[in-house]
Design a protein around this ligand. Structure first.
Ligand code: F6P
Length: 562
């Protein structure tokens, strides 16, 4: 189904005019807003599957929220969600459907999803079953390396969406790794990455997964070849006979599998197609962790945990599909981001998990949000009419508190922040009888409170401070935060968190008129790297064809390379 809808210019809607007026009249005062409105916290705290989402410390009144919801109505957010979920080709520049939500529909969902003649549900569940069966064989030891030893390490080789999702989920759910199999992730073409991550591995017990949607990505294919060389060399060093082509092929068949939409290219690499797991062009790389790209997770964490992760995604998809806009959490959070970006001048957004296990979550979100919405043209090719794509960044608390929180508390820039926390820890430890997780959570609560309510000069003076120190110790407050709280970091809860941010990103993209599912902006650098590579290797004509700065940098390289 082609997409015939033109983007609606948000800036020409009456809701935009209302928001412009709100902006002119607003003097955010969270202290007064809470004092005058005892129901604010309760009214603005919403359930989202297993998540408790507290929006009350954002810089919005009920009137602003109502205008934001009208903005969603007038730009057709609900209709765009429907178009996405039903398989309309909303990825207009690639003429593709966008169906990551289909990857987590339950088996046998009714009515069945049939798109462009494909029975999507059947295909998704067939691959899921194959991945689960394979994962079980590896976990049980039925699948072995070429010398008959069971797998102890699975190494995912991929980059971007073929890396960030799996590594983030693995780190988040490591306590669920129950089969004695460790996962590692190699992404960077910097050879350091592969060298360090293979240094202590036993080739006889290592399984590589080459994960690439296109199976053309320079970094991934280079690393896959390096890994194959490493396998042959280190098996040879361990006394395994890999001299003949046949023996080499056999080693690859036992130690390499692949995940890709390009199964012909997988076969050309030498990986047995029986050990390759497919997905489809309607899954964007940054939306693919819930496809067979998650095979490393199904192996290390188990198919059950992977299934619970998918169920978590689906719960949020259902929320988005069925909940009115004014209580639709991903839509509201996307609208708040639009409010901060387009009306209050914010240029970035911090994501601050109070969970060490989520230490790769901000990096994951950077690709999800910035590769999706870092665009200057709309889905019909016309220029955007307002700012788009804020910078997402963050680090887990409490580490960030001792690094960059100073700027969020007292700097001159507005930085909306999402705090994510869990009532129960993965590792309940006590310090001299005191629950350390409780202390950790006290920091989460303290930070959001300090950001919202600050500390006045009078309060500082009441503590005995005088002179210029009073100003330095004053906190302005009114720094907006959203608190996302859950019982524990389970696979289902993690799936909910990821889907939440997918749909926040989509909401913003719709309001800005953006196709959030292409990424042409990464192409030019890839092309130029291929052109410059010969110059690095000493081709003087290729060097001479470069601009003066690049020529000078190449000259520096050649002068210093040993
Ligand atoms: O360079 C951008 C990108 O295309 C991402 O969108 C994608 O996730 C990544 O490269 C890896 O691509 P592939 O999975 O095809 O190797």
């Amino acid at each position: 189904m082609t997409d015939s809808a033109a983007p609606i210019d948000a800036t020409s809607t009456s809701a935009w005019a209302e928001l412009t007026a709100h902006k002119a009249g607003i003097a955010p005062d969270l202290r007064a807003w809470f004092a005058d409105d005892p129901g604010r916290a309760e009214r603005l705290s919403l359930p989202l599957a297993d998540l408790h989402v507290d929006l009350s410390k954002n810089l919005v009144t009920d009137g602003i929220l109502a205008s934001l919801v009208r903005l969603a109505e007038q730009t057709g957010v609900a209709e765009r969600f429907d178009a996405m979920l039903s398989g309309v080709h909303i990825n207009t520049t690639e003429d593709r459907a966008v169906l990551h939500t289909a990857l987590r529909r339950p088996d046998g969902a009714s009515p069945a999803l049939i798109v462009d003649g494909q029975h999507v549900d059947d295909d998704v569940h067939e691959v899921l079953r194959r991945v689960a069966e394979f994962a079980d064989r590896v976990r049980s030891g039925a699948w072995t390396g070429v010398t008959g030893k069971r797998v102890t390490h699975v190494v995912n080789i991929g980059i971007g969406g073929s890396d960030l999702g799996p590594v983030m989920v693995y780190e988040a759910l490591k306590p669920y790794a129950d089969a004695g199999i460790e996962a590692r992730f190699i992404s960077n073409i910097d050879p350091t990455d592969l060298a360090q991550k293979t240094a202590d591995l036993d080739p006889e017990t290592t399984l590589f997964i080459v994960a690439s949607k296109t199976f053309t990505t320079l970094e991934t294919l280079t690393n896959a070849r390096l890994a194959r060389d490493w396998l042959w060399a280190s098996l040879g060093n361990a006394g395994v006979d890999v001299a003949s082509d046949e023996a080499k092929k056999d080693a690859v068949a036992h130690h390499f599998i692949a995940v890709s939409t390009a199964l012909d290219k997988v076969a050309a690499f030498g990986i047995d197609p029986a050990n390759a797991f497919g997905f489809w062009d309607w899954v964007g790389g940054r939306y693919s962790v819930d496809s067979s790209i998650g095979t490393s997770l199904a192996i290390a964490l188990g198919p059950d945990a992977f299934g619970q992760l998918l169920a978590g995604f689906h719960a949020v998809d259902e929320h988005v599909r069925t909940t009115p806009l004014e209580r639709n959490v991903p839509v509201l959070m996307g609208l708040l981001n639009v409010w901060y970006n387009n009306f209050l001048g914010a240029q970035s957004h911090a994501v601050l998990p109070y969970a060490q296990q989520l230490h790769r979550f901000p990096a994951y979100l950077q690709q999800l949000t910035m590769e999706s919405n870092g665009k200057s043209v709309r889905w019909d090719g016309s220029p955007v009419t307002t700012e788009t794509g804020e910078v997402f960044w963050g680090e887990p608390g409490t580490n960030g508190q001792h690094a960059f929180y100073q700027l969020i508390h007292q700097g001159t820039r507005l930085i909306p922040a999402d705090f994510i926390a869990f009532a129960n820890p993965a590792y309940p430890l006590a310090d001299d009888g005191r629950d350390v997780h409780g202390l950790f959570l006290a920091n989460f609560l303290a930070q959001t409170k300090a950001l919202a309510f600050g500390k006045t000069a009078a309060e500082v003076e009441a503590e005995g401070t005088t002179g210029p120190l009073v100003a330095a110790r004053t906190f302005p407050g009114n720094r907006p935060t959203t608190s996302i709280f859950a019982d524990a970091l389970t696979p289902a809860v993690l799936g909910q968190l990821i889907a939440l941010y997918e749909h926040i990103t989509f909401t913003q993209g719709v309001i800005w008129g953006i196709n959030s599912f292409d990424q042409w902006g990464v192409e030019l650098g890839k092309q130029l790297a291929l052109q410059i590579a010969p110059a690095i290797e000493g081709d003087e004509d290729a060097a001479a064809a470069q601009d003066p700065s690049t020529r000078a940098l190449l000259a520096y390289y050649h002068a210093h390379r040993r």
